[in-house]
Ligand binder design. Structure first.
Ligand code: MN
Length: 319
């Protein structure tokens, strides 16, 4: 898994929890990601929504793992032009390249550990396609897309982008140096990731050596989830088994704990997880396809605005 790799893991700042009274969070639910097809027909593994309620995952809406395997030449697929309003799409590519373009004139290549953080706000159209190179030659493809909800007061903000280069991701390690912690957004033990967010969240990609254990300080008023991208381990104070494609929703407490199994199967030979959580927004959610608002009337308005071209029009070269 390329993502971003440190030159010397032991030189990274260590996340150490030294409060003996800190309570490790228990497992509240374990759910298996559902396999479904997106866009022009690429497979995704989707831990939520599905097995978890909107309330469980608030302030997040959806998580899709794309690929994690080799695609054959001419096999890679993307999405056609489509709109969004009322939330943010956060696309993190660990392997392969995704070409992005939108109706505000923004665009670029997301690849090898970089993240594109798109605040759809009041509305935008975009297209996400594999790079020409990936389409022609095939190759490894592995990324995730997370949907982060916007609070009502920011749903109609102008669209915005953050291109987060792999080199700007905050690299940290665990107390024993057995994990690479890539902090994309939020605060972990006083270290801050590059992503700018409207509601407080933590979002990290962590690679754990076989047998190594990770303990992370976690805000008591944040929810907390651990999703296994590849490999296997145990999670929570009760050390619940966590095979590949499992998402653990954790209960209340001060720390998030998990451990990689000694024997790792699969190509990566390591445990890779996303760890995410945030302060719930706590507002009503009305959603219809690519629009996420607070009321049904706002969804009706979104559909009308999209149909009348008020979220932008597809550039003539593509129409
Ligand atoms: Mn999209």
């Amino acid at each position: 898994m390329p993502a971003i790799q440190p030159e010397n893991i032991l030189a990274l700042p260590r996340i150490v929890v030294d409060n003996p009274l800190a309570i490790a969070r228990p497992v509240a639910r374990l759910v298996k990601a559902q396999t479904t097809f997106e866009g022009e027909g690429f497979m995704v593994r989707r831990p939520f929504p599905g097995g978890l309620s909107m309330k469980d995952v608030d302030p997040f809406l959806l998580l899709d793992q794309m690929g994690g395997f080799e695609v054959a030449p001419e096999e890679a697929k993307g999405t056609p032009w489509h709109p969004h309003r009322g939330f943010e799409t956060v696309t993190y590519m660990m392997d392969g390249q995704l070409q992005h373009q939108d109706t505000s004139g923004g665009g670029g290549m997301i690849s090898d550990g970089s993240t594109q953080w798109m605040t759809a706000g009041s509305g935008i159209l975009h297209i996400e396609q594999p790079s020409e190179k990936l389409l022609r030659n095939g190759g490894m493809m592995h990324g995730v897309q997370l949907w982060v909800n916007l609070p009502a007061e920011h749903k109609m903000d102008p669209p915005k982008y953050q291109g987060i280069e792999a080199s700007s991701v905050k690299l940290l390690t665990s107390a024993d140096g057995g994990a690479v912690i890539r902090l994309i957004a939020g605060d972990l033990g006083g270290h801050v990731g590059p992503g700018s967010t409207f509601t407080p969240i933590v979002y990290a990609h962590i690679t754990v050596e076989p047998g190594a254990k990770v303990v992370l300080p976690w805000e008591p008023d944040f929810n907390a989830m651990v999703f296994v991208l590849n490999g296997s381990g145990t999670v929570g104070v009760e050390k619940a088994p966590m095979p590949e494609s499992t998402l653990a929703l954790l209960g209340p407490g001060d720390t998030v704990v998990f451990q990689a199994d000694d024997a790792q199967h699969g190509a990566a030979k390591k445990l890779d997880v996303l760890v995410l959580g945030g302060k719930p927004i706590g507002e009503p959610v009305a959603h219809y396809g690519p629009f996420v608002m607070n009321t049904h009337a706002e969804i009706v308005q979104a559909v009308e605005d999209f149909q009348k071209g008020r979220m932008g029009v597809i550039p003539p070269i593509h129409a």
